[in-house]
Design a protein around this ligand. Structure first.
Ligand code: GLU
Length: 427
């Protein structure tokens, strides 16, 4: 089908090609980076509540495993396709390498609109997915996690199904689980906390204080909602947030606590009576200090990039900018703190969860958050260093760090020729 050939994350490919030129990557190196190691596509049959059988296309792509078992979420979405999952798996490989956790990258998904399923159907589909993929995943092979529309509850069903198949306890097969069955403290808000730390480190470099700055957040799910809470607690002004139906705006700052409490009870943002209603498009164009795309891909693209007025974008979603928008911002001095850095907090605490499951020693929330902070500070500093060295955007700088680490692992496994030794006397 036509749509399967679409490149969703063109930004990834564009960046990779730029890096290939400046770093003189060989064809073999480029092939390893450009192609997933393993692609699995299973059409999953499921009995619906009314007795009908339906088939749900599903995917798991294990992109690169040179640095460790592959890692990445499973999303449930009616629009997903193979190419999108491939690009997201590529981003996971870069992300894990950039924050230096011992994982490769993967991504999975089911083509389904979970809102149209009953609770029982959702559970059956989640369990069926694991039955179909059980031989390909495992704590030392490939470790799934939550992603768009998948929750701790779903991770719990999936872990339970996996353990029934293998016949022993294996909590490390999946992360983002409920606390009662091996989840980690701090995991639910870790993506948001990691992003907040990256923003703080960036502003610190520019000698700017977060306090009083205005933020607009596109997306008010787990990631966007927790980010609003954290930045509000840190003294920032959350001037606009939006969900799939539209957003709310108040230039003086929104009542974040009220929005969080009411949305937790199932209300949509515009039903709460806080701020003035705005559309998702208007939110992206607001004159704010920081714009945070925290929903899905390609939110900022050739259609709206010229209307964007912020000077700083924190990418909490994966691939929220089109390649054209990314290029436009780079040329126009808009700073983009890229997804593989800004939203890596989730997989970092997934790594902690997996480590806790493996050792059976469980950590306090403060310890988790402190360790997350150390890793995020280090990853930001390494990216900043690379940005200065390469005289590049943050995205390109981050990609270079990640690509070098992946290729070093491939080389040390003997999959690539050793780098030519440079005689120091000649340099
Ligand atoms: N889905 C999240 C991401 O895109 C988390 C992945 C994980 O924890 O493995 O980073």
């Amino acid at each position: 089908m036509q749509e399967h050939n679409e490149v969703v994350c063109e930004v990834c490919r564009v960046q990779l090609n730029k890096i290939a030129q400046v770093k003189s990557l060989t064809d073999l190196e480029l092939f390893i980076l450009n192609q997933p190691k393993r692609v699995i596509n299973i059409n999953i049959p499921m009995r619906m509540d009314n007795g009908d059988i339906r088939i749900f296309p599903s995917y798991r792509i294990q992109y690169n495993d040179a640095r460790g078992p592959t890692k990445g979420g499973i999303r449930f979405h009616p629009e997903i396709h193979m190419n999108e999952i491939k690009e997201l798996a590529f981003l996971m490989s870069l992300k894990c390498a950039l924050v230096n956790v011992p994982f490769g990258g993967a991504k999975g998904g089911i083509k389904v609109d979970p809102k149209l399923l009953s609770e029982g159907e959702l559970e059956r589909l989640s369990r069926n997915y694991i039955r179909e993929y059980a031989e390909f995943i495992g704590p030392k092979k490939d470790i799934p996690a939550p992603d768009v529309n998948t929750t701790p509850k779903i991770m719990g069903w999936m872990m339970d199904e996996y353990e029934k198949i293998v016949g022993y306890k294996a909590p490390g097969v999946i992360t983002g689980k409920p606390l009662s069955i091996g989840g980690s403290k701090g995991r639910t808000y870790s993506t948001s906390l990691g992003g907040a730390i990256v923003l703080r480190e960036f502003m610190k470099k520019k000698d700017k204080k977060l306090k009083g700055m205005g933020v607009a957040i596109h997306g008010f799910g787990n990631v966007g909602g927790n980010l609003a809470r954290i930045l509000f607690e840190w003294g920032m002004k959350i001037v606009a947030v939006s969900d799939s139906r539209g957003g709310v705006y108040d230039p003086k700052g929104l009542d974040v606590q009220k929005l969080l409490a009411e949305t937790a009870n199932g209300k949509k943002l515009q039903e709460i009576g806080v701020g003035k209603n705005i559309s998702n498009e208007e939110l992206v164009e607001l004159d704010v200090d920081v714009l945070v795309p925290a929903s899905v891909e390609n939110i900022v693209n050739e259609k709206n990039m010229e209307k964007v007025r912020t000077k700083t974008i924190l990418e909490l979603a994966n691939g929220p900018l089109s390649a054209a928008a990314d290029d436009y911002f780079e040329k126009n001095g808009v700073i983009v703190l890229p997804d593989i850095l800004a939203n890596a907090g989730g997989v970092v605490v997934s790594y902690f969860e997996w480590a806790q499951n493996t050792t059976n020693l469980y950590w306090e929330e403060d310890e988790v958050n402190q360790k997350l902070e150390n890793i995020m500070i280090k990853a930001f500093a390494r990216t900043e260093e690379s940005r200065i060295e390469e005289k590049s955007s943050y995205r390109k700088a981050a990609y270079i760090v990640a690509v070098k680490r992946i290729l070093a692992a491939e080389r040390d496994r003997g999959h690539l020729k050793p780098k030519q030794k440079i005689n120091p006397k000649n340099h």
